[in-house]
Structure formats: structure tokens, C-alpha cells
Design a protein around this ligand. Sequence first.
Ligand code: GLY
Length: 266
Amino acid sequence: MSRIALTRAVSASLVRCELTYLERAPIDLDRARQQHATYESLLTSLGWHIVRLPTLDDQPDAVFVEDAAIALDELAILAPMGAASRAGESLTVEEALSRFLPVKCLTPPATLDGGDVLRVGRRVFVGLSRRTNAAAVDQLRRLLDPYEYEVIPVSVSGALHLKSACSFVGGDTLLANTKWVDVRPFPGMTILPVEKSEAWGASVLFLEDHVVMASGFPRTAHALRVRDLSVEVIDLSELRKAEGGPTCLSILLPSPKGDGGSAPAV
Ligand code: GLY
């Protein structure tokens, strides 16, 4: 049975996206849409069934669906998003997720973007970033304690989200830009650092036996391939100009009960 990935089409207003660490550069909207279609096709070819959320043309960043929610095995969690301009994205994400999982919500003063949440087994690492605050960590900890998840804050600086700066790539390995993320909260994990020239290369989507990554990071791709990972490289140049990456273009749902699996490490 296919696993489900929630996605959303590129908005007509993408060129007015939020930017935090990048300078604004012209975005070719048609090309962004082609790149997004390629991403969806790749997930489909890897066994994921795409469920598209309604297009929100007046929400520039809506294609980056991951930021509106977290999907774990037992529940999904919505939170006030870290950028006020993105608040209009949440409702349709909540509606879609509630078809598959119980949904719980964090409340102000918490702000959290899903791009700041990296789950590895029963550990939920939460980036303290420009978008996600300590109140979100506290609320998440209270919410997830009964499910026996450990919630661990991680300092992020220089990158928008935790998963702009690091990604779980299987086994005990964390691909990381160690300038942007404090790796001390990951004891026992092997840190695979990206090279200085490939600062943005640490943001990859790990799908158990495949890694999806943006083009432009050949050394990082090589470092993953020599670890026997199957690396799928796609051009995401236009979406990267909007400070997006491979993880934030989808919300990956856990396996249906009885399928033997759990949510991928996201
Ligand atoms: N442009 C992506 C974001 O700022 O959320």
C-alpha cells in the first residue's frame, strides 16, 4: 500500500515569499512549478501517494506545507506558525491531516514551524530558531510525554529551520552544517558534516532507502552514496530562492496500521 505525502501546488504569489537569510532573487514561477511537479513525480516513483492540499494563491509560502504541522505515528500537531504572514495556511492542513490522524494544537505564545522538527525514533528534536520558540518546546513536551517521545531543543542560527541545517540520513547518522546547528543535543549520533562550500547541502529528505536532495551539492551527494544510500538529485533552484528545500515540500504520513512501518524520520 502506498504511503501518503501531503503537498500543495506552488502559489501564484511565490515571488512575494518570506525571506530570512537569503537576499531576494528573481523566481521563475513556471520553472518553480516544473520543479515541484518533478518532486511530486519522484515521490510517486518511490511509492508515495500524493494528496494535494487546496492551492492558496494568496499565500506565497504555502507550497512549503511541512511548516504548518508535524505528523507522528499517533497524532498530528498544528501550531501557530512562526511567520504571521503564513497563518492562513494552517486550516487546510488541519482539515487534510484530520482525515488520517487525531490532531492536537499548540497555542500562543508558542510558535513553531514543522521545518524545525526532526524526529529520530522516539526523540523529537526541535530547533530554536527565528520561527520556533521555547514555549513551543514546553507545550510539545507536555503533549508528547504520554506518547513516550523525548522532546529535545536544539539551537539553530544562520539557517531558517533546523532541517535547513541538518537531516537524519539513517542508522545513527546526522548530516549537518555544524556552523548552523549545535550538534551537542545529538549525543551518540554520528555527525556527517557538509563541506563549507556546500552549506545548504545538509537539507535532504530521507525516505528510508533513498535520499532526495537538491542539485548543487556534489560532495554531499558523494558522501551519502559512499554510505550506500540511493541519492536522488533534483533541481529545486527556484524553490531554494524562496528558502525552501526538499523536506518542506511535503508532510509524510505514517504507514497505515498493520503495514509494519512508522512515520519516516522527518
Ligand atoms: N520562504 C519560506 C519561509 O520563510 O517560510
